[in-house]
Write a protein that binds this ligand. Structure first.
Ligand code: PEP
Length: 255
């Protein structure tokens, strides 16, 4: 696969960490640490910190994303945030289907599909997460499962929308555990995701979609993971909360 056909992306998922003030301060540190990056850089703070982070990131190369997005534009959906509310703020990205949403908040492949379609229709870049748990890996169904998750997430997504689509392979057993997939495992599954994209949209279109790896990626292991032909960047949890570590991953992705 030819990586020059697509951009590298490093996205930080801050999860439920940082007040608005703390988040704005972290943006200052990250902006100073990344300088002029050689890849796209995204941070995804909690909803209540989005405005402060957008203000702090203005004039820097850092783009801002949400950690979730609903599929309706308004209505009786207590606690949810609509795509248009995000774009009206200036948010450009939304994570969809993170395993913590699937595990703790009843997210399914079907709601991931609804959220993906709504995010793309609103003009957001959707970072769609897929990945197996440990039992599924041990059962040998990882590639089948990830291809199925990808296929369902993209039902009804038009080829023209792929320019704003990013996939993230996040093995559940590697998230927040300190246990990272080997570079070969990450490369194999990211390649399988691209093969699924090619089956749906053709290989030229699939070659343009960034596929990220996420799961305990850090400053020490990023370069090896990112050297894989089908790994185009990272979705970073814990290490994205430390400016120097996050910047080292950005450097590894864009260098
Ligand atoms: C994540 O939450 O998407 C993630 C990859 O977390 P961590 O890097 O902490 O494993």
């Amino acid at each position: 696969m030819d990586k020059t056909k697509r951009r590298a992306v490093v996205a930080g998922n801050w999860k439920m960490n940082k007040t608005a003030a703390e988040a704005a301060a972290l943006i200052g540190e990250i902006a100073a640490a990344v300088g002029t990056p050689g890849c796209d850089v995204v941070v995804c703070p909690p909803f209540v910190a989005l405005s402060a982070v957008l203000d702090a990131a203005a004039g820097t190369p850092i783009a801002v994303g949400a950690q979730n997005v609903h599929y309706e534009e308004s209505g009786a959906f207590t606690g949810e945030v609509a795509p248009g509310m995000l774009t009206a703020l200036g948010v450009q990205y939304a994570i969809v289907g993170h395993s913590e949403r699937r595990q703790y908040f009843a997210e399914t492949d079907e709601t991931v599909n609804l959220r993906t379609r709504a995010a793309l229709a609103a003009g957001l870049c959707a970072i769609v997460c897929v990945g197996e748990n440990l039992a599924q890996r041990e059962q040998g169904v990882t590639v089948d499962l990830v291809r199925m998750q990808t296929k369902i997430a993209l039902q009804g997504v038009q080829e023209a929308e792929l320019a704003r689509l990013i996939l993230a392979y996040e093995p559940v057993w590697a998230i927040g555990t300190g246990r990272t997939a080997t570079a070969a495992q990450a490369g194999q599954v990211c390649g399988a995701i691209r093969a699924q994209l090619a089956e749906l949209y053709g290989s030229a279109a699939a070659d343009g979609v960034p596929v990220l790896y996420g799961g305990s990626m850090n400053a020490a292991n990023a370069a090896e993971l990112l050297a894989e032909a089908d790994v185009d960047g990272g979705l970073i949890g814990g290490a994205s909360l430390k400016a120097a570590d996050f910047a080292a991953i950005v450097q590894a992705a864009g260098g």
